[in-house]
Design a binder for this molecule. Structure first.
Ligand code: PXG
Length: 465
């Protein structure tokens, strides 16, 4: 797969200096980055990356939760090349369409739950969630209930970085910048048992956490509530797998008040949880679904909204023009790559493999590290996992947040050729779905080594007894 001559001929230092001079990175403290210099990733194959210094790295985050079919898939490269030669771009605005956009829409209707027969294409998850906000409010206007504008979301949820995406998200650090949230978006607490509910059984806590939705609906007034949105498993918030009782109860409450249920499947979609979509793993029937990332395995940008029959019928039959869309809605190259990627998910039987083979194996191997002195809780769901680092295993008490213990652990991962993310003191992974059992073993060996190195490090600093 690699070219004989590498594309890059510049030194790491030269690139780092140019990076500092010109490139504003997402979610980055640039003064800090300038002191250290960026790590430059040069090439990748399967589940491995190589940086500009030639170090091999096991990518346990699938890029950024997206490279589901792994790096170096020739079928995706070929699909993009063929489409670029044939028709690199045409729009879908003025009563035109392209073949890949039509065929991907048809294919998505096939692989998503049966209520989804229509799709609206965007280029990212954030644009997908902006589309959700406009579409949900348009739906209620068309239905003659324009007062229903309020969308209920969750603290520590992540729904993107545009004005509406960041408003739906429950990250207070994001709300502080840019005057967010926008009006009529409100938040309830997250179903995070380890942090909020350890005095209850997981199942009892799931019902309590879902009950916060009903309380919020009653506080706002049911006649003003348009929708509830959540990620089946919170990804960026720290791979928080909700108790099994949570989502069915959320569904019951949405049904009771006639509120639209939106499943943000940007991370959970396309096999991550062991079903095509997270809502299938957790037993909900969403009215709308946001997707992005895994639809193309991140090879090219694509996102969108699956629109259930309830909303689609209203918009199509009664709505007239929906004044919304992007230049690249249904970009033919992105759509061609998505078709090839979905083909690959099927051909390699990856969704079943996650559900029946590598997912359960990952869960079993994760349980082994629960005994580690630093570990308070492990959770997995399909090919996602979290390790909660704690100061006191018995009580579950955590470290002071200013110690940034998660970042200490992440530093050891970085140094040992493993990409694992730290969300506070919760270490998380979401490896490519093509990962084999042998590669899970290799990853677990690295994770264990990094936990041990972190433990020694913390003991030396006097932060752990
Ligand atoms: N919804 C969910 C559930 C996401 O995880 C988005 C929407 C936004 O998608 P775009 O394509 O606009 O980025 C996301 C994105 C992290 C991290 O730190 C997670 C995401 C993006 C960037 C960083 O884990 N998820």
């Amino acid at each position: 797969m690699f070219e004989e001559t590498p594309l890059n001929t510049r030194s790491t230092l030269d690139l780092q200096q140019a990076d500092t001079r010109h490139f504003l990175h997402p979610f980055t403290d640039h003064a800090g980055l300038a002191r250290k210099g960026a790590r430059i990733i040069e090439r990748a194959e399967n589940i491995y990356l190589w940086d500009s210094e030639g170090q091999k790295i096991l990518d346990a985050m699938s890029g950024l939760w997206c490279v589901n079919t792994g790096y170096g898939q020739q079928a995706l490269v070929d699909a993009a090349t063929r489409q670029m030669k044939e028709l690199p771009f045409y729009n879908a605005f003025f009563q035109t369409a392209t073949v890949p956009a039509i065929e991907l829409a048809e294919l998505l209707a096939e692989v998503t739950p049966p209520q989804f027969q229509h799709v609206f294409f965007t280029c990212s998850g954030s644009e997908g969630n902006d589309t959700i906000v406009r579409m949900v409010r348009r739906y209620w206007d068309v239905m003659g209930e324009p007062a229903r504008k309020v969308i209920i979301s969750r603290k520590n949820g992540y729904h993107g970085s545009t004005m509406a995406g960041a408003s739906l998200g429950g990250m207070s650090g994001m709300h502080e910048q840019g005057g967010l949230p926008i009006p009529d978006i409100v938040h309830i607490e997250q179903p995070h048992w380890f942090e909020l509910g350890r005095e209850h059984s997981r199942e009892a806590f799931g019902l309590i956490a879902a009950g916060w939705l009903e309380a919020k609906i009653l506080e706002v007034g049911p006649e003003r509530v348009a929708a509830f949105i959540g990620e089946p498993v919170q990804g960026a918030g720290g791979v928080i797998v909700p108790p099994s009782t949570y989502w069915p109860e959320i569904q019951r409450i949405c049904d009771k008040y006639g509120i639209l249920l939106v499943s943000d499947e940007v991370i959970c979609g396309f096999g991550r949880t062991g079903n095509w979509f997270g809502c299938e793993t957790f037993g909900t029937r969403p009215d709308l679904m946001t997707f992005a990332k895994g639809v193309t395995s991140g090879y090219v940008p694509l996102g969108g909204v699956m629109v259930g029959e309830r909303v689609a019928r209203a918009l199509i039959e009664k709505g007239g023009e929906f004044t919304h869309g992007f230049t690249y809605s249904g970009h033919p190259v992105s759509c061609a790559v998505a078709i090839a990627n979905i083909g690959l998910l099927r051909e390699l039987d990856l969704v079943r493999r996650v559900r029946e083979d590598v997912g359960p194996y990952l869960a079993q191997r994760f349980l082994e590290i629960e005994d580690h002195p630093l570990v308070g809780e492990v959770q997995t769901c399909g090919m996602m996992g979290a390790v909660q680092l704690v100061k006191d295993k018995t009580s579950g008490a955590g470290f002071a947040s200013e110690l940034e213990v998660g970042m200490v652990c992440r530093g050891h991962c970085f140094g040992n050729g493993l990409i694992m993310r730290a969300v506070g003191d919760r270490m998380i992974i979401a490896p490519p779905l093509v990962m084999t059992r042998e590669q899970i073993d290799e990853m677990m060996q690295l994770i264990k080594r990094c936990l041990d190195l972190t433990l020694n490090d913390l003991r030396q600093r006097g932060w752990f007894k």
